[in-house]
Design a protein. Sequence first.
Lengths: 260, 457, 488
Amino acid sequence: MFAGRTDLAISIRAMTVAYQRKPVLWEVNLDIPTGTLVGLVGPNGAGKSTLLKAILGMVPTVSGTVALFGQEYRKVRSRVAYVPQRSSVDWDFPATVRDVVTMGTYGSAGWFWPLSKRDRNRAHEAMEQVGILDLASRPINQLSGGQQQRAFLARALAQQADLFLMDEPFAAVDAATEHAIVECLRTLQKSGKTILVVHHDLHTVPEYFDYLVLLNVRTVAVGPMAETFTDENLRRTYGGRLTILDEVSEAIRRREATRP
Amino acid sequence: MIMIATIQMDFWLDGWIIVTAILASVSAAILGNFLVLRRLSLLSDAISHSVLPGLAAAYLITANRYSWTALIGAIVVGLITVWLTEMIGQYGRVDEGASTGIVFTGLFAVGLVMIVQAADRVDLDPNCVLFGDIELSPLDSIETFIGLVPRATIVLTVCCIVNALFVVLWFRPLRTATFDPQLASSLGLSPRSLHYALATLVAVTSVCSFEAVGNVLVVTMFIVPPTIAFLLVNRLPAMIVVSAIVALLAAVLGHISAVAVPELFGYKSTSTAAMISVVSGGFLAMAILFNLKTGVVVQALRRSQLAWSILSQDLLALLFRDSERGQPPRAIADISKTLLSRPWVTAMALRGLVWQGYIKREESSNQAGAPAGNGLVRYELSSVGRRKAQNLIRSHRLWEQYLATTAGAQLDRVHAQAETLEHFTNPALRQQLDSETQQPQSDPHGKAIPPEDSGKI
Amino acid sequence: MIATMIATIIFATMMDSIATIFTAWFGFDYNTRVVLAGTALLGCAGGAIGVLLLLRKRALIGDAIAHATLPGLAISFLIATGLQWDGKSLWILLPGAAATGLLGAMTVIAIRTFSPIKEDAAMGIVLSVFFGAGIAMMRIIQQIPEGYAAGLEGFIYGKTASMRFQDAWLIGVCGAIIVALLVLFRRQIELLCFDESLARTQGWPVTLVDIGLMAATTTIVIVGLQAVGMILIIAMLIIPAAAARFWTWRFWPTLATSSVIGCVGASIGAMASTMAEKVPSGAAIVIVLVVLFSLSAIFGRRNGIAWRLARRFRQRHETDGQHLLRSIYEWLEFQGKKPQDFGQTRSASFQLSELEFVRNWSPSRLARTARRFERIGLMVQVGRMHWALTASGIQQCVRAIRQHRLLELYFAEIANLSPEAIDRGADYSEHALDDQMLAELERDIAGASNAYEVPESIHPIGSREPQVAQVGAQLGTDHGKFPKANQE
């Protein structure tokens, strides 16, 4: 373990995650300094969502270590906020926007005591920050895609975390919401927070983020945007030079399924 | 206490039956909310079937309907059911529905064999297990401080209180884990433990209710009242309360109809539990049709109301345009053809407009060329009607202008688009359109845009 | 050894049961035999339809349909009795049951279409409400003089004993028709199950087939009511299909296996119920099916637990073998006595204890692997403690080491991994390389022009701990930090 490199928000060594013997993440190494707004980019099936989940311990890893702010995830749980994909939730659920945002405060407010004024204020401020305060009492099944995303973001803000892990927050969201969210993220970054965002649109990557992780099952390149966002790196991420590894994994999987 | 002319109900007997039915229904409904929201409705079906062997075993051991052994047996079986379902789903690579089916049918079969084998040794009728014998519950009463209370009632009261406490105290974890299990686990909860806890309480409730409403019918109470509540309200606390109320009403009405309805056909009363199911099904049907959010009937009414209002507005606009162009009055058939509606609908709309005071109906005297004996009917806009029509035309032409210039739409399309948009344009929006297009005087087709008529003198 | 013993025991038990069944069969009278045949055919059809339901993810719709048949039975009975007909005749009861069963299925679809209620809740609603209506009517039937002895409850739990000859005949015919239809429309069914979108774009009526599937399910349900009862009929649709998935994954073999399992399970269960007292036939059939499912889960050729464990053991053996061969090569290489693949019949000798890589193996593991190699002719013992590779041993050895080193090179140059990662990667992948991939690998690395040449090792041989600085210099990286992108 890395005894306290607290200037690194995320520090991963040699992480391998396999699903049914097919590697989804392979020997991933990366260091994310605190206070950066990081874009996590790669082709489909590159393991980007899995990387977030592996950091949070939601998927089992074959090998590797993760340190957040120099410590195990379990110890710094309250400093990490996870914003999953919108589709991971059933929006028909009977709740208002305020209910959803308030869920973010449960980590510190506790699960059983009534909410204090401070917690209620946190939720209020979070909704204000992302611009959905006027929707606070609206049932979530009446929200548009962009509003849903902003509600999720508000929930993460209400957690008052130091590290934000966001899975495709800009997927199927209108341009106005996208800009609003980016602004919000920049504000967060200025106040010293670290944000790791899985992003799918290469065109906007250099504009939105100042740090880049190129992932295609393994980390192709990690570093500040200017140095890392090069043609060569992009080619290696999105190109097909890893075919042998794919073939081998496929062969292993097939072997497992057929031979005794 | 309730005396309906031809039926007789004994206050003491029926009263306790109703109370027991209410308790059983409400206990199940409270938990059912979380099952329905997590798409686990059929888990209640599965667990209520699979508690059978546990019950049978307990019964064989203790020869007592309600015993701690039965309770423990129920809890164990409930946990086993969930665990086995997960295992089979994972290792058998079958989907959850299939693995549920395998587990509960297997366990139920085992239980059935146990019961039938021991049927003479033990007074446990398989039919009773299936649909209960709540009518007989008052016969098994014990003495308490308020008099003779059926044992089933006492057991169910405790069960109901436990379920209510669980739901109230664990409300936040349950809600979070139900809505977003990933968030829940990242906040430190264990959705899995909550799942097992819920399953345990489902098993316990099934066991406590099996004598009152039987195995299959408790499933109704787990699913139907929460579903009704889901259709009616938008927030979880309200949903839980509404489901409890619906369960209560269904229980009361169910028992009454169990006694009353067969009488109408000349039979004696039928199974209360069964009628509770049927009654709640009826409530659900009404909820599906009439609920304000998504009710089938409500939506149909809304649609026709909207169509009506659009037609009325189109009529006013037509009259306005006719007067603009100086055209003679039209016959109803002609109007209908222009507006693409049916003559009788048009006639009714016209009458409605007259009644509302937007147009005036005038029978003019015979004119040359008119069919003999028929006066030609003229419709004219009243001043209020004229105002409304004028604003409608203004909306239309402002939209045309906006679409053609600012939005860059094709000229031959703007009319059709404006036709739709005009009906949903209020004065504020007109103001906006006006300023966006720099106060135009005419629309792209050259027609003058009438000024805003707000009705102020 | 143990495996053989277990296999013998199982085989003996099976033979014993089969013998019992045979003798019992001939002890039955003609009627009973017909009933059993009918039930067997029912199991066949149920297994087949069950596979389709499973593939379309509609496993539990059968449960809803089954419970929805109860009001139909009651209504048919009441009407028939009112008209002075034989209320207990299957020809009257079953159409009523089918009607409400199908009505139930359509209600599920209607609920889903006209409200935001989800599918599982819709099924639960139909299941319980229709069943409640049925029970309410049954209680009234019990008050009718003809109704009391109607035995309509046999439909809930199943009672083959009360099955009459015509009823069994009906079951058999329905089952046979369904199987025939499946065979007839096999192409369409296959297409629809596997590629619904393709089928749709080609104009196939997907909804029609769904309805057909519902109709077939309903038929199975209603003819199975007598044999298995409505609560457990769902088992006949689900369990054989789920069990079949442990044997194969191809479409038609799955259907066939499922039919066979259903048939066997139904027959044995029905027989057991007839022979034993007070065992409801439905329960007996389900229990037998569950046993068959468990056996499939353990011994099924495709995914059974027993086979998975066996596979894992075999893989470990293979891996061990590869590691042993590699360490033999490296040790000999270090001493300058590399085994050559052409002409050499005996490699230089070595001691097992000298081999680096397998140093952390337990002695028994080492001895076992060595002895296995000896058995298959890869190694011979040339002295008290010394071994040597045979010609075929050399061949295998060279192949193994070449694969490994090529992969290492690949990972180092192309995949840009750290040294430890290279090790792990090569270890992981080399077991699955075949010749074609090997050829590709050589093409990619463009330097191994000689098919027999073994590349130099990236790591200094003789020691498994890569000399960090040296390796780092070779790869141009720094140990501890991840490799930078543009340094290649």
